[in-house]
Design a protein around this ligand. Sequence first.
Ligand code: BG6
Length: 369
Amino acid sequence: EKGGYDYFMLKEIAEQPKAVADTLLGRIDAEGALTLDEVRIPHSVLREADKVVIVACGTAFHAGLIAKYAIEHWTRMPCEVELASEFRYRDPILDPRTLVIAISQSGETMDTLMALRHAREQGAKVLAICNTNGSTIPRESDAVLYTHAGPEVAVASTKAFLTQLVACYLVALYLGQLRGTKWGDEIRAVIRDLSRIAGEVERVLETMEPVRALARTLADKRTVLFLGRHVGYPVALEGALKLKELAYMHAEGFAAGELKHGPIALIEEDLPVVVVVPSPRGRSVLHGKIVSNIQEIRARGARTIVIAEEGDEAVVPYADHLVRIPATPTLLQPLVATVPLQVFACELATARGNEVDQPRNLAKSVTVE
Ligand code: BG6
């Protein structure tokens, strides 16, 4: 049941701190190391794998795009991310040393299932990240890491996405731990930060009223653009997807560095542009570049909606609307930066009179290719 909320989606957004905490539960030991015993792929296989390939659809694909940054950084293994529907049709290069990760909330998405079948036929090992116990994708995989989001009813994914991110970070950190990289200390520190992250998601949820108020003022807009860099780029794609799915608006996510190579031509007076700003502490070079992007779009009259870390003062002069998120390690930022975008899309959809839980033309799980 909706537990007092008007929509399942609102309830599921609110459940995110618990979903995140539940997905971490029992997976970090007393010494602060990861114990993913359920990943029943022999350690020798995980140590000797030379490539990771992630396949997924929709929101799960965006989780995969973020996972790539984490996996390549913490494991130094090359990682490709591909839309499951494209994967097997291009004769992908797979062998027994390829670790394939199939991400799916429902565990029943046909495109993802066909991609993993193809991968296994080539001898690759498949690890599923899935939210539905006993569904087809985990049954057909070599191993599964379940997300513990609980049942997700709203068609547009929210809490399942955050738990997919947590599961992806766990896999990346686990592979890093197992294979031993120069990032040992950082991995231990990030595991500590992850164990506190549910509280940060809760803090974001407590400050969402201005985001809702802003969304209501944009109900008559036709287009919203989203910009981000590094892991903020897939967050921008996810923000745009949510707006398409729920508000039926034209929304596009771009890598902020691409702005000058094309999308800047779209910038016009009063166009809402949401910018996800990386931490000024972590990749500080990127932070400076994105602040320049915000200046450029504002100089062309766009309405800037800036999502930035608490204490980031450099963005203040260029933000028409400023949404604060807690400081996190760079790679974990999507866990807090996505939440305002979910709330934004949900409120805009409501303001436009749309059916939030059951958007037109969409299904929760698509079991045809
Ligand atoms: C789509 C849903 O059809 O499938 C999306 O509408 C979802 O919300 C996508 O992200 C993938 O679904 P799943 O269950 O494989 O994660």
